[in-house]
Design a protein around this ligand. Sequence first.
Ligand code: ADP
Ligand code: ASP
Ligand code: MG
Length: 413
Amino acid sequence: MALIVQKYGGTSVGDPERIKNVARRIARFRSMGHQVVVVVSAMSGETNRLIALAKSIQDNPDPRELDVMLSTGEQVTIALLAMALKELGLKAKSYTGSQVRIVTDNAHTKARILSIDEDNIRTALNEGQVVVVAGFQGVDENGNITTLGRGGSDTTGVALAAALRADECQIYTDVDGVYTTDPRIVPEARRLETITFEEMLELASLGSKVLQIRSVEFAGKYKVKLRVLSSFDEGGDGTLITFEDDDKMEKAIISGIAFNRDEAKITVLGVPDKPGIAYQILGPVAEANIDVDMIIQNVGADGTTDFTFTVHRNEYAKAIGILKNVQAHIGAREISGDEKIAKVSVVGVGMRSHVGIASAMFRTLAEEGINIQMISTSEIKISVVIDEKYLELAVRVLHKAFNLEQGGSPLLV
Ligand code: ADP
Ligand code: ASP
Ligand code: MG
């Protein structure tokens, strides 16, 4: 008998038929004698609908009230799934985040889980119940409802698996595993049987939304056995996130390509080229709690230089406003920006031992006439910022150039 945590995403619980389908899958695991804790998302489209509703009242919805509202999406699904399980003759009990007691910090709309009280769940499991938990939500120490950021049900699933020391955490979604890139953009993308935790962390942080980054961080920290599977197929093995770099004979140099349309670029032109200037520009941005991703400072000429960085698109207007306020103080000539950019990244642990990946990437983009605006690298990834309109083309040509549909042998390098 194993203890399994299963998480079902929005599409997988998108209508009553799909919820019944999920209930039947859970029933099969129960009939094999396993204990099952299920985490569910809101029905597909529901979180977006609620956000739009809030914005129809307040342009910038109050974060505390937004969380009160968003948490209702998942609350509906847990009740429906518990009903569907009871219809099948199973014992089932639904729990909101606060009923479990998933305690988070108080950063509304992007809270972090601090602790999970597992007693209620253990008791219910010992009674033979299927425990159905609302994803994406918790409570802070004062009892305020919080949410964990978009895609946060993945993190609830993995955090519960860690707290309960579950044998496996299964993330059921609308694709049958982690692919070399988003299969909706590149139909030739290939499912990976395994991917290292390190690579998955990079892919998630660079925009592959198949797993929320914090869920991967949790899995790494607590050594949770994590698998991504399809809720629509039967019997597939999905993709297992592994901790060790297994010694496959032919290890691909590149494992996958991630992309992100959520960033915007800001350039501060004609600032004095002197010590402290980066701090003067980014200090006020950081104080406003705005995360900065890529940063470039040009070589100075005539005692001035240009400084460019990227922020999340949601925070673009705010960041521009902050910089306009300090423009005179910094002595900048102009503040400009571009919201229509995208970031494309190639990721692979094999890059550590191979040179030439960056030049292969740059050549491939150049051959398509795609201009690279910014570059950043780490040991296992190379990211470039390009014009958003070339994003899909860039992902497709890179996928082909690195031969990812056939196992990623490094034809190009
Ligand atoms: P859920 O609602 O189940 O949480 P998400 O929409 O959050 O599902 O995540 C699944 C989606 O992630 C897929 O439908 C796919 O379009 C996208 N995706 C992006 N990159 C990848 C990738 N490398 N492998 C698989 N899916 C990916
Ligand atoms: N319902 C939330 C969202 O749409 C959380 C999740 O689905 O993981 O982001
Ligand atoms: Mg998701």
